[in-house]
Design a protein around this ligand. Structure first.
Ligand code: NAP
Length: 265
């Protein structure tokens, strides 16, 4: 099997460093380069914690131009991730994006671009297989129990709220249950934000605390009963089987797939 040539943006990050490990440990993956704006021109093994000799580039464009990879794995920040995704598509490189915080407009624009260029792209707000199942099971449950609230919990260094997974879960539930006003019609917030964000009437509550990684509970209520569907990621390794799957899958796509649930059955 020919190796898939991969570039990783954000290699020093919590997710990026796990992705470097994954690529190095996977026989049919090859780390062609890394993108890190603080270490242009170095080798990865000059940075603490790495053994790879892959070259580090300060700018994605330079990296893509020199290494000509198949896939970009982006695990950076919302603003940079968006720029990187567009650049990768412009260069004919398939982006696999774990970075969260993309707006609906961003996704629409990226989708159009991928379609126009006939290049595969995957944007996955959550790479953990268990989290994908949590979202799918929640979508199933929403057909029968249409009153639902989402509580997502993350570490306190997370930049975006609600989480990409929280939004994606709400979108999947909305697709089967539609618009609904939950709670008392005269309900009033006496303190702003008390009832969380609202996505077509589905409430999303974001908890940020040190010690947490990525957790989500979807609560359904019906007459005399509740149902809780919960997923916990206890470390970043929990995301890597999904990253591997995405890199393999993106090689056979020619448009954008948003969400891993669309490539696992
Ligand atoms: P992190 O530890 O803060 O890592 C982000 C890394 O990106 C940092 O090392 C940062 O460097 C670097 N960076 C910033 N600008 C850059 C640029 N221009 N070029 C290259 N690198 C750049 O965050 P994380 O926890 O790994 O998360 C990364 C992203 O993945 C976030 O958006 C997060 O929400 C998302 N995430 C997704 C999943 C999933 O399953 N899809 C799971 C967990 C997290 P400095 O810190 O030096 O600026």
């Amino acid at each position: 099997m020919e190796k898939i040539k991969i570039v990783i943006a954000g290699p020093r990050g919590r997710m990026g460093s796990e992705a470097v490990k994954l690529v190095e440990e996977t026989e049919h993956f090859e780390l062609a380069g890394a993108v890190d704006y603080k270490h242009d021109g170095k080798r990865l093994n000059e940075l603490a914690g790495f053994t790879s000799e892959a070259k580090v580039y300060g700018e994605l464009k330079d990296c893509l131009f020199e290494t000509n990879p198949d896939v970009l794995i982006d695990l950076t920040t919302p603003e940079i991730g968006r720029k990187h995704t567009i650049t990768a598509l412009e260069y004919g490189v398939r982006p696999v994006v774990g970075t969260t915080g993309f707006s609906a407009e961003d996704l629409e624009m990226i989708e159009e671009m991928a379609k126009r260029q006939q290049i595969g792209a995957i944007i996955a707000p959550n790479f953990a297989i268990g989290a994908i199942l949590m979202m799918k099971f929640s979508q199933m449950a929403a057909k029968y129990l249409s009153d639902v609230e989402i509580i997502e919990q993350h570490h306190d260094q997370k930049l975006d709220a609600p989480s990409g997974t929280g939004i994606k879960t709400a979108e999947m539930i909305h697709a089967v249950r539609g618009e609904k006003r939950q709670g008392h019609p005269d309900e009033k917030e006496t303190m702003e934000g008390a009832r969380g964000a609202s996505y077509h009437g589905i409430r999303i509550h974001s908890v940020r605390l040190p010690g947490l990684i990525a957790h989500q509970e979807v609560l359904f209520g019906g007459d005399g009963q509740t149902l809780k569907i919960r997923h916990d990621s206890y470390n970043r390794a929990s995301f890597m089987s999904g990253v591997k799957l995405s890199v393999e899958a993106v090689m056979n796509l020619n448009d954008l797939v948003y969400g891993l649930e669309n490539i696992i059955e």
